[in-house]
Design a protein around this ligand. Structure first.
Ligand code: FES
Length: 108
């Protein structure tokens, strides 16, 4: 699997990869490690814009990485405002860049 991943860490050791799954991101199929967060899979594939703000159309990506902000929100399997930093990938998942706030009620 060619990606931007850290596969061997000096403290955590070697990353174990039990199973590779495939997800579709804006029509492009990418590989992901089963059980990892969608955001991690996107970063590993070089995708760093997850949504655009409604008011100024500014790109957003990972900010808190713990599910507390909305910067990583995307449309996942048709559900807007899914926090991709805390949502695990599944085989066949369809992920789309989100324009604005979707229907979640967030403002920026
Ligand atoms: S980066 Fe903040 S909720 Fe995902």
């Amino acid at each position: 699997m060619r990606s931007m991943r850290i596969i061997e860490h000096p403290i955590l050791g070697e990353q174990k990869v039990d199973k590779i799954v495939h997800i579709t991101v804006d029509g492009r199929t990418i590989e992901a490690i089963e059980g990892e967060a969608i955001a991690a899979a996107l970063y590993a594939a070089g995708i760093k814009t997850f949504r655009y703000t409604e008011k100024f159309h500014k790109p957003r990506s990972i900010f808190c990485a713990i599910g507390r902000c909305t910067d990583c929100a995307m449309i996942v399997d048709g559900v807007p405002c899914t926090r991709t930093c805390v949502t695990k990938v599944r085989e066949g998942m369809v992920v789309e860049t989100q324009e604005g706030c979707g229907k979640c009620g967030e403002t920026e």
